[in-house]
Design a protein around this ligand. Structure first.
Ligand SMILES: [Zn+2]
Ligand SMILES: [Zn+2]
Length: 406
């Protein structure tokens, strides 16, 4: 009856595909100086509420392009075979962050540091230059989800978040807390669609009889069944990190895994990338991971989704099911490179000579907030002791009870 002896084996087998199919990303606004078609100015702002770009001078407006419609990203998941990459999700060919552009306004050379932005102002003629289409270093995505949560809203969220956690806060954090230092950052991710099949095999148990005995352990009688499930799944828009220092969780140097805790995002509203979404207010982080590096994370998520999907079909086993083997066969995947909006507040704590960066993150679409706040360890330790003592007082008599009557 006991479950001992067998350890569940997870066998995650992705089908490697040597080649890939390109899902061509529609061409964006031209690179360099984008002049307003109406007046020729290059000052463009984006109005997230209306989904429109607007010329700051003549107020001419034009709409953004939804990537999902333009590339058919919600369709044909069941027909996917091998790896399909959109144009900007292809492998990174160069590590060079600095891109030099020739200003079409005056002919001067303008350097753009694509580690943080995809726009720059020409120092000479003051026109704004944009990079909207694929460059070798992975900085330009296919799509972008514009910020809808304003800086004011994000500042209010983190103030409330920090305010609720005042008790153990590190005094240095409390003293230096300036919500206005929050920054709007577009973070690199990939959205993945998966055409997968999964096979799970294990043992399920149902309870048949319970025998309660005086001063003796209760005996449970259960029946065991071999349980197997196979299923085909079409997974739409899984979100995977493509910034390597965000994927590896180095909790001793930073707490930026917080950023993943503010998922999800309404990815169906992603627009074709345009550098004007960044404007002067936001920065962007450059993608440094290719699909082959992000693939294993996606496959793990596929397995988790498959396990969840079979759950309702095994609810009849009232003592549960133990999966001894799990296989996922990835028939096809489709990848799109995107930038997602996150408000970030950082605080550097020096602890035993080591620097740890704590982050509070706010989802730039729905305002969901999550964060790590450095604590005053001395104060927290005192409280820990008190809790331990109280808990011990409660648990000891119960432990005695078990010894005497169990
Ligand atoms: Zn104009
Ligand atoms: Zn110029």
């Amino acid at each position: 009856m006991a479950d001992a002896g067998l350890t569940p084996a997870t066998d995650v087998a992705a089908t490697p595909s040597p080649a890939f199919t390109e899902n061509v990303t529609p061409a964006g606004g031209k690179d360099g100086l984008i002049a307003c078609i109406s007046c020729g100015a290059s000052e463009v702002t984006y109005n997230a509420a209306k989904g429109m770009f607007r010329c700051a001078f003549c107020r001419h407006e034009w709409a953004d392009v939804k990537l999902d419609d333009a590339m058919g990203l919600s369709h044909g998941i069941g027909e996917l075979t091998g790896t399909t990459l959109s144009s900007n999700a292809m492998d990174i060919a160069s590590d060079e962050a600095l891109v030099t552009m020739k200003c079409t306004g005056c002919g001067a050379e303008v350097v753009v540091n694509t580690d943080n932005t995809l726009q720059a102002r020409c120092h000479w003629c003051k026109h704004t230059l944009s990079i909207n289409n694929r460059i070798g270093n992975g900085a330009v995505p296919d799509g972008i989800l514009p910020f809808t949560i304003t800086k004011q809203q994000a500042m209010a969220s983190i103030s409330e978040f920090a305010g609720k956690r005042k008790t153990f806060q590190h005094p240095e954090f409390t003293a230096s807390f300036k919500p206005e230092n929050i920054m709007g950052v577009y973070m690199p991710y990939m959205t993945v669609d998966g055409n997968i099949s999964a096979k799970l095999d294990g043992v399920g148990e149902t309870l048949t009889k319970t025998v309660r005995r005086e001063k003796q352990p209760t005996i449970y009688h259960a029946r065991q069944f071999k349980v197997g499930r196979t299923l085909d799944l079409h997974i739409d828009d899984l979100i995977v990190e493509t910034s390597s220092d965000k994927v590896d969780i180095h909790s001793d140097t930073s707490t930026n895994n917080i950023i993943n805790a503010v998922l999800p995002f309404d990815v169906k509203n992603i627009a074709r990338f345009d550098a004007n979404f960044l404007g002067t207010e936001y920065t962007s982080e450059r993608r440094d991971m290719d699909v082959k590096h992000a693939e294993s994370y996606a496959v793990q998520h596929f397995m988790t989704i498959a396990r969840g999907a079979v759950q309702s079909s095994v609810s009849g086993y009232d003592r549960g099911v133990r999966w001894d083997s799990e296989h996922v066969n990835v028939k096809g995947t489709r990848w799109t490179a995107v930038l997602l909006p996150v408000w970030l507040y950082g605080f550097v704590e020096t602890k035993k000579g080591k620097q740890i960066t704590h982050y509070i993150a706010v989802n730039g679409r729905n305002g969901y907030v999550m964060g790590s706040i450095p604590i005053n360890t001395k104060k927290a330790r005192t409280v820990c002791w008190i809790v331990t003592i109280v808990v011990s007082l409660i648990t000891w008599p119960m432990a005695l009870g078990v010894v005497l009557f169990g």
